[in-house]
Ligand binder design. Sequence first.
Ligand code: ATP
Length: 289
Amino acid sequence: TLADTDPMEIDPNIRFDNVGGLDDHVKTLKEMVLLPMMYSEIYDQFKVTPPKGVLFHGPPGTGKTLLARALANECSQGSSKVTFFMRKGADCLNKWVGESERQLRHLFEQAYEKRPSIIFFDELDGLAPVRSHKQDQIHASIVSTLLALMDGLKDRKEIIVIGATNRIDAIDQALRRPGRFDKELLFALPAVKEREEILKIHVSKWEKQPSPPLITRLAEECDGYCGADLKALCCEAVLHSVRRRYPQIYKSEQKLLIDPAQVMVKEEDFFKAKSGIIPASQRVSRCPG
Ligand code: ATP
């Protein structure tokens, strides 16, 4: 449907500053995307073409979508706003023959009309699932349409295609050849230093900040936590502190008069929260039966 190609409104507050522990990726994207979009004259002068496809890969919750959104905002300067289109790979598969291809072409046309644009394919592997022979042909046709569209991006500096996946091995090899998604960025689980940065970002808006040694200790003890787990930890800690300060809050049927200034998130709240969170990396998916 046409609604599927509507650009996404992104929270304008999401900037590179809100992304923790991915400094190298930020630097790479600045060089690869931001500079070519903002200073196209350099590329015109030297007749060099910046890459048009970037593949973000790594475990869930490591900031792939977050960084793509931040990039769209960072590229938007003054009156030139970057339009952000987001699609899930599997949503591009339509049961009607040729419909998926038509929708992909429509998406690229829209992106061109509204350029500068970023097209973000989340779960790009959804375009290349393991399939039966007959379905393989359908998938091959969709992938070749996508490749042709990427090859044909006329104003390459003004449209960038980003794909994200948790399973890089499931990506069709044709998509990974030079000239397509030719830059690959690995989003690994954050190490201790990065976890500290991410925690700091998620408490940065709090009026009363947890002490720096507490943040350091939490970062040390949260081995295996992804960015999304650390965000959940901060959120749960707030709930524990509210419950501690206003124990009646969950019992009362009426809205209580509470004063947020009275709520102080303490060490015990973080550790209680931590005991209730199984990091995504340790969650075992169980097969029924
Ligand atoms: P998936 O592969 O499941 O789509 P993802 O890698 O795209 O996951 P995001 O959707 O970007 O993960 O992360 C979810 C949320 O977790 C973000 O909106 C953000 O609040 C938080 N988060 C994840 N990584 C980071 C990070 N590096 N810095 C700050 N916050 C992060």
